[in-house]
Every structure is written in structure tokens, then in C-alpha cells.
Design a protein around this ligand. Sequence first.
Ligand code: NAD
Length: 502
Amino acid sequence: MTLSTTVPTVKLLINGEFVESQTSVWRDVVNPATQEVLARVPMATPAEVDAAVAAAKTAFKSWKKTSIGSRARIFLKYQQLIREHMKELAAILTAEQGKTLADAEGDVFRGLEVVEHAASIGNLQLGEYAENVASGVDTYSVLQPLGVCAGITPFNFPAMIPLWMFPMAIATGNTFVLKPSEQDPMVTMRLVELAIEAGIPAGVLNVVHGGPDVVNAICDHADIKAISFVGSSKVGTHVYNRASLAGKRVQCMMGAKNHAIVLPDANKEQALNQLTGAAFGAAGQRCMALSVAVLVGEAKNWIPELVAKAKALRVGPGKDNPDVGPLVSCTARDRVESLIAQGVEQGAKLELDGRGVKVPGFEQGNFVGPTIFSGVKPGMAIYDQEIFGPVLCLTAADTLDQAIELINANPNGNGTAIFTQSGAAARKFQEEIDVGQVGINVPIPVPVPLFSFTGSRASKLGDLGPYGKQVVLFYTQTKTVTSRWFDDAASSGKVNTTISLN
Ligand code: NAD
């Protein structure tokens, strides 16, 4: 790993102070379009992780007692600050992550929606009340914060995913330790600075950087009560098992292989446009990217038009707002290219090859152009693995039933979509498909925060999803209180040794 010493360092946030790490292990943050080193990020020491958790633990004592209105007003201010800094945030994000500026704004915006939702916490964290559960006895429930919670985030949405986590955790009365992706921590840190500017008190939000050692320290730490993880299935499964063993509440949103069904009665132009955008947008580095299309019946004749649309996409540096930016790292590019080679070796038909694409002036960039395979089958590496690059696998089915069967046999359950003009077909698909997020003529059905992100099966561990109603339950403990008040006059009675309240 190359290390530069003349670039800015990414700071830790501990107890309200942005501080330089004392570690000896650093990693470069690299612009994927140019290989320019933008910053150095520390792998925090065990003592720094402990200090961040200790600050959060101390801050919890007062933060949990802060009024709902005070908490909500911080997020009202925060959403305003994010809006005001949208262009700046998008530019930082594009430089370190690679996605186009327009898509970077989308990344920030989808996180902003969660911040707006956090501002309405007063309506979300309500308990229940039942009068006279026994004569003169009432029961009510309250949703109390857990304590110190932690978040571990992936590289592909460095704005949206941190914003899935700390705003709702903090709005519900918890304190937080965030561990951003070490590949692109800069936009996350700018968002954290704005959160502090919005009024989040010292110790309520802390940030440590690092890789596996820091993640393991978070999983094991006795003072952390809950962990939200978003990333690959391999790491997420590890985090879920390790942190659950340590007694924590854990939610892990993980890898995917999202299929779209294209029925021959679909609006062809719309279906092909949506499919192309969802397969190749963000260079395929979305957990909700459509990476497999099942062409049913006559729809398999649409391959030449699909290839033509993919071919027309412009590949280039994100700052120029092309259609497809670079992959996040040279390693990611090499992995995607190797999977394309395996697809050819294993007998899939390469309809469009994006390897070796040339972007004048950006010869060092990690570019792979849109790539399409047809004749893809389970058992091929390109079908079985999440490619996480601009590669679309096409397969064919004779009927809707066959297509549904194929998708339900795939272990992943993050997202799926159907393209059709038939209400009956869509209704059948919605009912029978075993995937947690379903789009009907909507290629990337990520719910807005009035709902929750509901990936399922191998794409998710833990019952409750991030943001929305479910995350209020994730970040709180339900306490029920059963109470009876005696009239001063009620002085008669006797000892009751039964379990009845009467
Ligand atoms: P990743 O699993 O490599 O990294 C995620 C986090 O885990 C990072 O913070 C990283 O530092 C840490 N980490 C990496 N290796 C580790 C190890 N061996 N032990 C402990 N911690 C480790 O994921 P990524 O490559 O950054 O992100 C891409 C993946 O995330 C894809 O699989 C994608 O599908 C998934 N993802 C899922 C969702 C969802 O909502 N389901 C959303 C976005 C991304």
C-alpha cells in the first residue's frame, strides 16, 4: 500500500474534539479516476476506540434525559446545513468514491431524507397506554434508548449509509460511535462536522476509523449495546455472530444479487431504460443494483436494443457527470475483470465487453464499461457471486412461474423488480416472490424513511431494518409499567398470594 505524507489526515472525533490519531498504521484515500492521494486515514488504536466508547457512555447519562424537542431541533438544523452544503458534499464524495456528481447528490439526498425523519422523532418514539388492565390498574409502555450504539459502514454510499445510522440512533436518545469505510471516509467526516455544527453535544457522536481490528473491538466492547452494519455478506455474517455472542443487538444489511423479470407485455422502452440505469448506474456498485435480468418469452429478442443502450452510456470521471464512473479501487476493477473472464470461460455469451475501456486524460482510472452476458446460468461464477461492477447477466425463462422460481432459489433477498403492463402478473409476482423489497416497474425499490429498508434472506441478518419505523424499535428497549394508585380511603383489604391483579 502506498503512503503519502504530504496530504491531510482524516481526524477521529472523540468527545466533541476532532483529533489526530496516535496510530502508526495509516491508509491512503485515493481518487478512483486519477489515483491521486486525497488524504490519509488512520487505523485507530485500541485506546482510541476505548476513549470514543467511554465518551459516548458518559454523554449518554445526560443525552437520554434531553427533551424530545431539543433532540428534534438539532436534526431540523442539520437537514438545513446538509441542504446548504449539498454541492460541496457531492464534490468530496465524487473525488474519493468515483460516482458521478449527480449520483453523489442522490447519495446525500437519500441520507438527508432520514435526517428529516429523525426531526420528527416526537411522533415516532411513542409508547402505549391501557387503562384498567385490572380494576384500578393501568399499564403503559415507553421506548427507552439503549445506551452506546455503533455503526459500521461500506464504501458504496459514504453519505447515505452513515445517515441511515447515527441520526435515528441519536434522535431516539442513544449516543453513537461511527466507523466509516476506510476507503472513502472524507464525505462522512464532512457530514459529521455539520452534525456537530447543528448542535450534537460532545460525546453524543464519536468517530473512529480503521479496518478489521477496529470492527472487532466494536463487536467485543462491553459498553456497546447495539451495532448496525452495512457491507458485504462475509463481513456482515462475521459481525453478526461476533457481536451477538458478546450480547449485543445487531442488524446487518449485506450483499445481493438482484433480479428483474421482464415480461413481453412490458413498456419496452421504459423497461430497457430502467434496466440499463439500474444495472450500470454507480458502476454497478449499489446493493440494490439490478445485476440479473430474466427475459420471459419474446422479451429475449430485446437483447440487441439493451446492448445498444448500454453501449451508448458515457464512461468517465465522476466530476464530468458521465453515465458511469470508475470502480472504487484497482482491486475492485481487477476483481470485476477477473469475473468477466470467468464468465467467458464458463460459457456465458459476452454480448458487450467493458474491459479495457479508454478514458482520455484518465488513463489511470479504475474504469470498466458496461458489460452484458447472455445465457447465464446458476453455477457460473458471474451468477453465483455478487460482482459489484457494471455487469448485467441475462437469462431467459418461458413463463413468469419459471422466472419466480429462479429468483426464489437464489439465496439473496435484497431487491427485485418486474416490468409488465399486466396488473395480474404484477400482483402474482408481489405475492409469490420471496424477496424483501419489490419494485413494480420501479427498478431500485429502496423505500423512503416513512417505511424501512427491508432486505431479506441472505441479504440481511437481524429482524429489524435500518431507518423508518423498524429502526425506532432497533434503537430502543420497550419498558412496560403497570401501576396502581390507592385512594387515601382504601385502607381495608388482605394479603393476596395469587398472581391475579384483582
Ligand atoms: P465490506 O464488507 O468490505 O466493508 C464494510 C465494513 O466492514 C467497512 O467499514 C470495513 O472497514 C469493514 N471490514 C472489511 N473487512 C473486514 C473484516 N475482515 N473484518 C471486520 N470488518 C471488516 O463492504 P464494502 O466493500 O465496503 O461494501 C460493499 C458491500 O456492501 C456489497 O456487498 C454491498 O452489497 C453491500 N451493501 C449492502 C447494503 C444493504 O443495504 N444491504 C447497502 C450497501 C452496501
